[in-house]
Design a protein around this ligand. Structure first.
Ligand SMILES: NC(=O)c1ccc[n+]([C@@H]2O[C@H](COP(=O)([O-])OP(=O)(O)OC[C@H]3O[C@@H](n4cnc5c(N)ncnc54)[C@H](O)[C@@H]3O)[C@@H](O)[C@H]2O)c1
Length: 507
């Protein structure tokens, strides 16, 4: 039998089962088993005692379950430990945009008096060459971040890289048309050379960034690296048209996400997603090894976080249930990101991917319907006893609707949507990320459109308000959990987000 205690991250990560993150075994039959039970934690058993205390038959049963199901670790209680003090250093690995998730963490770092440092992905000049920010751009970015930015371009991915004088992947894609892309092929040997060139460029720049950071972080400090990078869609006309159909197309305009994944174009895009979304986290962890060793050798600690997405539990009916946006094409890269954190964790590095709820940001706006899972947050706030403050959130949302449209009617549409057979089929954690379907697109995009039409102004949506709340909730949850993280992959669901918001605003 496999040694579950060490091989299955849902039970024990560092030999110390934690009650505040409840690992849950999930199955297509919705069986939920909190695995170690509170007694082991309450009695303070260490890992060997814990192992011995379990009857062999129980372990066999769990082993069988683990083999046939997948594990999720969700934060269930608000964390409060904090190792970060004034003058410790927070490093944002990615740029900060107005509505982006990273704002939540930056805000906590600021509140705790940390020195905030950032990087830039750089900009492309008229010949597509990567350049640092101009003085003016740098000043704007630094004032937005509230800290210094190391001005070395850290654009990830290899869509615009190639050995000198040779075509980039973007050049190759430029020949594809809407008629030809499904049968067009790519020269994979050449693509591999471009990928190698892109990785070398990124890692060389990362070395320079780390040298600068080394001079900025004193011995004994704690450092918090927050990875926020995700993306990698090559900028070619043909993909814009395809994306419009896959993520926004209904009826005759619908296109299957499987068609994309089966094409060479799709395979290239997945490789680029892996580079930007997942591998950069690994490069960050590896590239900062010397700095980490110096800090740890002088009494400090290093922590790494990254933003994941792997579906979210939201209130459906009376219970919190896992659901997801489909088709989340970046899902393969996000699972790779989880593996990066797990591998680092296995060698003693505290790296944690926080799987966060769907919100509307610059990056997610392309996915019409991704916002539908946000509405039940309003009910979660009620469920977590949000009192007058929750009333005020309901009112703020009501005020965004047209005269005659009610929030109850809107939530009724969401109930109908979630109860539909179509959506139930997509609540399949093991099969994630599933391909889209015409039936799904018609229902999801149709519901999204009909809800948007209930608003007074398409530029001021209920989901803007709710996205800002989710972002606010994730900030302290991620910040404090990271002082003593329960494991390498943690889900932040609507229950804990609502609890955190209620704790912030009602006490
Ligand atoms: N929006 C959501 O619903 C959602 C849900 C769960 C997780 N996330 C994750 O949160 C993180 C932040 O995303 P966000 O939605 O707040 O949007 P955002 O647009 O604010 O952030 C995107 C980040 O990716 C970086 N980036 C984009 N292309 C890059 C490239 N080629 N090389 C290097 N960096 C690049 C940007 O600089 C920025 O820091 C991402 O990892 C995203 O996948 C988002």
């Amino acid at each position: 039998m496999r040694n579950l205690l060490f091989e299955w991250p849902g039970i024990i990560y560092d030999g110390r089962p934690k009650r505040r993150t409840a690992p849950v075994l999930t199955s297509p039959y919705s069986l939920n088993i909190p695995i170690w039970q509170s007694a082991t934690h309450a009695s303070g058993l260490d890992k060997d005692q814990f192992r011995l205390s379990l009857a062999p038959k129980f372990l066999l049963f769990v082993s069988w379950k683990v083999d046939s199901m997948s594990a999720r670790v969700s934060l269930r209680e608000i964390p409060s430990k904090n190792i970060f003090r004034k003058n410790d250093v927070f490093v944002l690995f990615g740029e900060l945009f107005g509505r982006g998730y990273a704002n939540g963490l930056v805000e906590e770092a600021r509140k705790n008096g940390m020195t905030i440092l950032g990087i830039t992905v750089g900009r492309r000049d008229e010949n597509n060459l990567l350049r640092p920010l101009t003085e003016e751009e740098l000043a704007v970015a630094e004032s937005n971040l509230g800290g210094r930015i190391i001005n070395i371009p850290m654009m990830a991915g290899f869509d615009l890289d190639a050995p000198p004088g040779e075509p980039t992947p973007t050049d190759l894609l430029a020949n594809m048309t809407l008629k030809s892309w499904q049968t067009d092929t790519l020269n994979w040997e050449h693509i591999e050379k471009c990928r190698t060139a892109g990785i070398k460029r990124f890692r060389d720049s990362l070395d320079q960034v780390m040298q600068s950071l080394d001079g900025m972080i004193p011995d004994g400090s704690n450092v918090f690296f927050a990875h926020t990078m995700a993306g990698g869609i090559p900028k070619v006309k043909v993909f814009l048209a395809i994306a419009n159909r896959i993520y926004k197309g209904q009826g005759d305009r619908f296109m299957s996400s499987r068609a994309l994944l089966n094409s060479d174009l799709g395979k290239l895009i997945l490789m680029n997603f892996d580079e930007v979304t997942a591998n950069t986290f690994q490069y960050l962890i590896e590239g900062s090894a010397r700095l980490r060793t110096r800090l740890e050798g002088s009494g400090g600690q290093a922590r790494y976080t990254a933003y994941g997405y792997h579906g979210t539990e939201i209130l459906i009916g009376e219970t919190y249930q896992w659901q997801t946006y489909t088709n989340y094409t970046q899902g393969y890269a996000k699972m790779r990101l989880e593996r990066v954190a797990e591998t680092a964790w296995d060698s003693g590095i505290k790296a944690t991917v926080y799987n966060c709820p769907e919100i509307r940001t610059n990056s997610s706006d392309i996915f019409v319907g991704v916002e539908l899972s946000l509405f039940p947050l309003l009910r979660a706030l009620n469920q977590e006893n949000g009192g007058d403050w929750t009333e005020a959130q309901w009112k703020a949302c009501r005020d965004l609707l047209q005269e005659g449209a009610t929030l109850e009617e809107l939530l009724g549409k969401i109930d109908h949507y979630n109860a539909s057979e179509t959506m139930q089929k997509f609540r399949n954690f093991e099969a994630w990320p599933m391909d889209n379907s015409l039936e799904l697109a018609d229902l999801m995009i149709g519901t999204s459109d009909s809800i948007t039409q209930m608003h007074k102004d398409r530029k001021a949506l209920v989901t803007d308000h709710l996205s800002a709340l989710v972002l606010e909730g994730t900030g302290p949850l991620m910040f404090y959990e990271t002082s003593a993280p329960a494991g390498p992959v943690i889900w932040l669901n609507h229950d804990i987000i609502a609890k955190q918001l209620v704790a912030l605003h009602c006490k």
